[in-house]
Design a protein around this ligand. Structure first.
Ligand code: AMP
Ligand code: GLY
Length: 430
């Protein structure tokens, strides 16, 4: 089997690692692979965003399965392009990917399908949006409707903050075209949960729920990032909650997408807020989450390739089951000093061999590249260190020992990934 991975971040390294474990004899290719992926796959020097070139390359290189990691190529129609060539691809069509690429579309779909989510209004006109904010008052949430690399949502504690955010998006085009249309929504309170479902468009195979840590600083302070760490499982989750999420969120959303002519075949990511009124959707994404994938996949004991290949070929997930290792996983992201603001690249990375010898420790690469001088940093989020343990406390200790052992100039990481869980159960604190 010949498998192409599109994308080159921490999520894609983790997917590649898992798929290679599932199919050790398959041949793997990856687009412009980072330093970790390069050890697992042959590099393809085509940008993950160059849909046309990738479809041509995959067709002429007899690729049996393509797995798309990031949202941007999906929103651009990479899956449509591959399907038109008869090439099996894991990832939704551009129409179905609107669940992430247009928050206005996603919110309207939820409202029409009765999926619980924050109340909202959509605006393309700045004065009307400003009037609405003044009428509603704070706290209130302002979001760019289009793709903004996870940075397009502003939770505003004051009316002034919201008015400023609106001007930044709609007038100064801080997120480019993505902010011409905005969604203004009610502020929800509660803990967040990332729920991933492998779906053929009708049924859902739900992965172990996890919790992301989006803020750069300890205790969830400071600016939002792409994600500084994650853990799984989450003790707030029980079978009744997951049944609610499946029956009230995932399945009605899939049915609504199908009814809209946009069957969703791929990974549906539901960002859920656990409010006093029950689970509500914060957002949908059309792909695996980063860095949640780095925490979840090392816990998956059954094959990921089997459901992914089935979905890519247009088959059904009915009757399939996922199996999980017991215990937990904690992922700590190692970032470059300055991230999520500006940061330097090209710093030498030292990875002690002890890190790769421990079966309960995984180092997934994100912004790294191999060069004649060795492994160098090449991004804001550089590595993700996942520790496994019988308890989350043990997993956290393992992850932190690993994070300490890596060296590069300007290395920064949070030492408190999983803190909500440890605060719930002081006895679990590492
Ligand atoms: P999004 O880009 O929609 O995922 O939003 C990014 C983050 O902003 C979420 O993970 C939440 O922490 C926060 N957020 C988004 N929408 C809301 C909301 N309606 N109420 C409270 N927080 C929100
Ligand atoms: N971890 C958040 C995301 O992948 O969007």
């Amino acid at each position: 089997m010949r498998i192409l991975m599109v994308g080159n971040g921490g999520r894609e390294h983790t997917l590649l690692w898992k798929l290679k474990n599932d199919a050790p004899t398959a041949t793997f290719f990856a687009t412009q692979p980072n330093g970790g992926m390069a050890a697992l796959a042959e590099g393809v020097e085509i940008s993950p965003g160059d849909t046309e070139a990738l479809a041509g390359w995959a067709a002429s290189n007899s690729i049996d399965l393509t797995v798309v990691g990031p949202e941007a190529p999906l929103a651009d129609g990479i899956a449509d392009r591959f399907r038109a060539e008869g090439l099996p691809v894991f990832g939704p069509s551009a129409a179905a990917a609107r669940i992430e690429s247009s928050k206005a579309y996603s919110k309207k779909l939820m409202r029409n399908a009765g999926v619980p989510t924050a109340d909202f209004r959509v605006f393309r006109d700045l004065p009307a949006a400003e009037d609405y904010v003044r009428e509603q008052g704070a706290p209130i949430v302002v979001k760019a409707s289009g793709l903004a690399a996870g940075k397009g949502a502003v939770v505003c504690e004051t009316e002034d903050q919201a008015l400023h955010a609106l001007r930044e998006m709609m007038e100064n085009l801080r997120f480019g075209e993505a902010g011409r249309e905005v969604v203004i929504e009610e502020c929800m309170r509660g803990e967040e949960l990332s729920v991933f479902a492998l779906t053929d468009g009708k049924g859902a195979l739900i992965l172990l729920p996890s919790q992301d840590h989006k803020r750069v600083g300890e205790g969830d302070t400071g600016p939002n990032t792409g994600g500084m760490g994650a853990y799984a499982p989450v003790s707030l989750v029980n079978p009744k909650l997951m049944e609610d999420v499946e029956k009230k969120v995932l399945l009605p959303t899939l049915r609504a997408l199908e009814a809209d002519g946009s069957l969703f075949q791929g990974l549906l990511y539901a960002g859920i807020m656990l409010t006093h009124e029950g689970p509500k959707v914060v957002e949908f994404n059309c792909r695996f989450g980063d860095p949640e994938t780095q925490a979840i996949l090392p816990l998956l004991s059954s094959s990921l390739l089997e459901p992914i290949a089935t979905i890519a070929e247009g088959g059904s997930v009915a009757g399939m089951k996922l199996r999980w290792h017991s215990g937990g996983a904690v992922t700590t992201v190692l970032a470059s000093a300055g991230y999520p603001g500006s940061y330097e690249k090209g710093k030498a990375i030292e990875l002690p061999p002890s890190l790769t010898e421990d079966p309960n420790l995984f180092v997934f690469h994100a912004g790294t590249r191999r060069s004649a001088e060795g492994l160098l940093t090449s991004g804001g989020r550089v590595l993700a260190v996942t520790g496994l343990g019988d308890s989350l406390g043990e997993a956290s200790r393992k992850s932190l020992v690993g994070a300490d052992a890596v060296n590069f100039d300007g290395k920064y990481f949070r030492t408190d990934i999983g803190w909500r869980e440890f605060a719930r159960d002081e006895g679990m604190r590492p």
